[in-house]
Design a protein around this ligand. Structure first.
Ligand code: GLY
Length: 253
């Protein structure tokens, strides 16, 4: 179960964030409202939410998940692979000092973004992507091993991040989309297949026995409900415009 969540308020510079989505620029006022609702949805699951101030220097800094990977025995500060995002992790390290004494770091030439990391028990899957390279994965695995965790790499073909197309919902249940549906690595899970028309909805988050699901993906919502979960819908349309999803907007630990 998660006790804590860290989020960062979106800054006005959000509209300059990286995107491949072709959905236009986010509306800042709406993004703030959606961020409020996201925080409320998290709080409804019994976690405390630490809210960091907006960091205008970094347009994508609302997507805090990419800056750290958090486990019980250590926190790992990443080195984001997108050049415009390098430096976002500095203030996250400061924020994490309140919660962790063991804080490790991925360093250049290694790059790694938290969106490429999916935890299943004490094992961490690491997506090798345009943002996370082999050296980043090598360093990350070494750090995890030191704290008695394991890791394995998964090469990405099309997705931005590993968790763009996968979400682990505990109890061996895994949401899978696109290139991951038939991936050998994930066949051992009870896969809940995301319809091609709802690909964005693969990025859901399990939070204390409920699943936060993006608004307006009825097939995904029905499939997750059928698997026995409480579903909490959250509208994140303005973050979708920047390729961001529900997991990207928080660090949960
Ligand atoms: N816009 C989120 C990212 O590309 O990192």
């Amino acid at each position: 179960m998660f006790k804590h969540v860290i989020v960062r308020r979106p800054g006005r510079s959000l509209v300059e964030g990286i995107t491949s989505a072709n959905l236009g620029k986010p509306d800042y006022a709406r993004a703030l409202q959606q961020h409020d609702s996201y925080i409320d949805a998290l709080k409804s699951r019994g976690v405390t939410v630490k809210i960091l101030e907006a960091d205008e220097q970094f347009p994508d800094s609302v997507f805090v998940e990419d800056t750290a990977v958090l486990a019980e025995r250590c926190a790992i500060i990443t080195n984001p692979g997108a050049p415009s995002r390098q430096g976002e992790e500095v203030s996250i390290r400061e924020a994490l000092k309140e919660f962790y004494t063991a804080i490790e770091t991925i360093t250049a030439p290694g790059t790694l973004e938290g969106g490429d990391v999916m935890r299943v028990g004490d094992h961490f899957y690491v997506g090798l992507s345009a943002r996370t390279n082999e050296e980043g994965c090598r360093q990350f695995t070494g750090i995890l091993n030191k704290y008695r965790y394991t890791a394995s790499a998964v090469k990405l073909e099309k997705f931005l991040h590993l968790k763009t197309g996968l979400a682990y919902l505990e109890n061996n249940n895994l949401l899978a989309a696109g290139e991951f549906i038939q991936h050998e690595e994930f066949k051992k899970f009870n896969r809940i297949i995301i319809a091609e028309s709802e690909g964005y909805a693969a990025n859901c988050i399990w939070v204390n026995d409920a699943v936060l699901v993006p608004m307006d993906y009825p097939k995904t919502k029905a499939a997750i409900s059928k698997a026995g979960y409480n579903v909490v819908e959250v509208d994140v349309s303005e973050f979708k415009k920047l390729d961001g999803g529900l997991s990207c907007l928080s660090l949960r630990f």
